[in-house]
Design a protein around this ligand. Structure first.
Ligand code: SAM
Length: 254
């Protein structure tokens, strides 16, 4: 079984845990680390009645891009948890910049532990975090425990296709798991290929530049930074060609 550190590295497309200390540097130019705050906001606005009393939990919140957008646009309270202290520092600073410091709480923490104590939220968000909480069925079962009865779960992941070479589940498999875990698919938003390509083309050069800077600074670790560039590129190729990024809104029915 993979360790928390190995899963942390994988959640940010790093093949080796040796890269973990360098991730804040490599990703310093990127705020939105995975999920599209716009897509998540659209799903919430369309399907959920939100008020100032609505409580949102953002698990593995990264630099808080999703949380800050939700607080800013919907005025509800958000708590974000992430394992990387530098990401939490950025989240705290940007919440202040956006004028939502009092609505947002950000803490450094391990979500595999927090999942057992965080309870009674209206909405829980699990955006681009992969298998940190286990397989899809295990993840949904754990996320359900953090929300009230009738509460909502937002997951950002991807649909694989029957003939793709990836481990991503097909939409059909996802639906079977929703049925088994007693959640209802209320809404979904797939990312268009054009949007995916735009995001990848915007972010990839920024990451490559930082990796090249690290190669100069730490020549003995050149292979490590090269491997990061390669795995980032492989992920972009997979997202653009083999799988389809999707944001899912689920409601707990039992
Ligand atoms: C691809 S990023 C997504 C961040 C954010 N959800 C977003 O969409 O912008 C994955 C995040 O998972 C976090 N992470 C991975 N394992 C974790 C754990 N066990 N506890 C807390 N955070 C974790 C990483 O630090 C990283 O910020």
């Amino acid at each position: 079984m993979r360790t928390v550190e190995e899963k942390l590295a994988r959640s940010l497309t790093a093949e080796s845990i040796e890269l973990i200390p360098y991730l804040p540097y490599l990703l310093q130019d990127i705020w939105e680390l995975g999920s599209s705050p716009k897509d998540i906001l659209e799903l919430i606005v369309k399907h959920i009645h939100v008020s100032v009393h609505t409580m949102v939990l953002d698990l593995a919140c990264g630099k808080g891009a999703v949380s800050v957008h939700i607080a800013k646009n919907l005025g509800c309270k958000v708590k974000g948890i992430d394992l990387i202290p530098e990401f939490i520092d950025v989240a705290l600073d940007t919440a202040q910049e956006f004028g939502v410091g009092t609505l947002c709480e950000f803490i450094v923490g391990d979500i595999t532990k927090a999942i057992n104590s965080e309870k009674d939220y209206d909405i829980v968000i699990f955006g681009s975090v992969g298998d940190v909480l286990g397989n899809t069925e295990e993840t949904i079962t754990l996320l359900k425990n953090t929300v009230k009865k009738g509460g909502y779960i937002i997951i950002d992941d991807a649909y694989g296709t029957n003939n793709s070479n990836t481990t991503y589940l097909t939409r059909e498999r996802w639906l079977t798991i929703f049925h088994k875990t007693k959640v209802k698919l209320v809404g979904e938003k797939t990312m268009s290929d054009d949007e995916m390509i735009r995001v990848n083309h915007e972010q990839q050069p920024l990451i490559m530049q930082r990796a090249n800077e690290l190669k100069v600074q730490f020549p003995l670790k050149e292979h490590l930074f090269d491997s990061y560039i390669q795995s980032q590129q492989a992920e972009c190729d997979e997202l653009e060609n083999e799988i389809s990024g999707v944001t899912l809104l689920l409601q707990v029915i039992d």
